[in-house]
Design a protein around this ligand. Structure first.
Ligand code: MEV
Length: 298
């Protein structure tokens, strides 16, 4: 039996724009999904969602891909995740990457981390249509990464507080919504994506300088642009404003939006206060940090 775990992620900047090749910065966070794999004659998958292979399309697709490389009959899969599903924290990528890695080790397939990230991206594309390689790359490698170049940046010396609306959202649907807006207003959406790109490039330098206060200010501007793309919702806005009022450096949607989670960047001494403000605004607050650890054994 092999157990692998992979982290979830937040976007500091650039979600949605990155689907069209724009710049984005995402960070692996200290919430993980653990997958255990054991060879078996038939495939079975067990998780908090219950038993049954059809509840786990990403895992099933990952197994199908690895079967072509390793030629096993089936696998017994057990999933244990700290990442809320459908919340914009990269739960699908984490379960996909942990499954691919555990099968890779269990059957000595010999794939490199880069190949696992690439295979994970193809799983996401096939299940959800348009998908950038961000979630699967971050979940494989960990750390703070500039996309699409995949350049590793310095770790952030501040805390992260996530607010979960508890309202699940479909990345496929939200990416589709932005795509329709882009078809109707190509010139305007192009300028919005360019502005998000400019924010991200500035963010890249500020991360190297460790200037969390200005990074937060840029996150707030990015949030305004995400709103203009139509991916906000009242629950997210309430938590974003609450976090800012409680002293966060900045706060915005993370991931596809339309529900799911917001993220606040905070100093260590403000984390508790911001978490409380998010809870009072109706969210479930999760205090976490950026992690350097990508997918690995255990
Ligand atoms: C989803 O976590 C982020 C999006 O940019 C989609 C993607 O990058 O595939 C909305």
């Amino acid at each position: 039996m092999t157990i692998c775990s992979a982290p979830g992620k937040i976007f500091l900047f650039g979600e949605h724009a990155v689907v069209y090749g724009g710049f984005a910065i995402a960070c692996a966070i200290d919430l993980r999904t653990r997958v255990s794999i054991q060879g078996s004659l038939e495939t079975s998958i067990t998780s908090k969602l219950g038993r049954g292979i059809n509840r786990h399309p990403y895992v099933l697709k990952a197994i199908e891909k690895m079967k072509m490389l390793a030629g096993f009959d089936g696998v017994k899969v057990k999933i244990d995740s700290e990442i809320p599903p459908g919340s914009g924290l990269g739960s699908s990528a984490a379960v996909t990457i942990a499954t691919l890695s555990a099968i890779n080790m269990e059957f000595d397939v010999g794939l490199s981390d880069e190949e696992i990230a690439e295979l994970g991206h193809s799983v996401e594309r096939e299940i959800q249509g348009a998908a950038s390689p961000t979630d699967t790359f971050i979940s494989t490698m960990g750390g703070v990464v500039l996309m699409p170049s995949r350049r590793r940046l310095k770790n952030l010396d501040c805390d992260i507080v996530i607010g979960d609306t508890g309202k699940t959202s479909s990345t496929k649907e939200l990416v589709g919504r932005v795509s329709l807006l882009r078809e109707r207003y190509p010139d305007i959406v192009h300028m919005i994506f360019n502005a998000i790109g400019a924010i991200t490039r500035r963010g890249e330098h500020l991360i190297e300088e460790g200037d969390c206060s200005t990074i937060g200010e840029l996150m707030n501007i990015n949030q305004g642009l995400l709103e203009s793309l139509g991916v906000g919702c009242p629950e997210l806005s309430a938590q974003i404003y609450a976090a800012r009022d409680a002293g966060a450096f900045g706060a915005k949607i993370t991931g596809a939006g339309g529900g799911g989670c917001m993220v606040a960047l905070v100093s260590h001494d403000r984390a508790e206060k911001v978490a409380k403000a998010i809870e009072e605004a109706g969210g479930h607050a999760i205090k976490t940090r950026v992690t350097e650890d990508g997918c690995g054994k255990g």
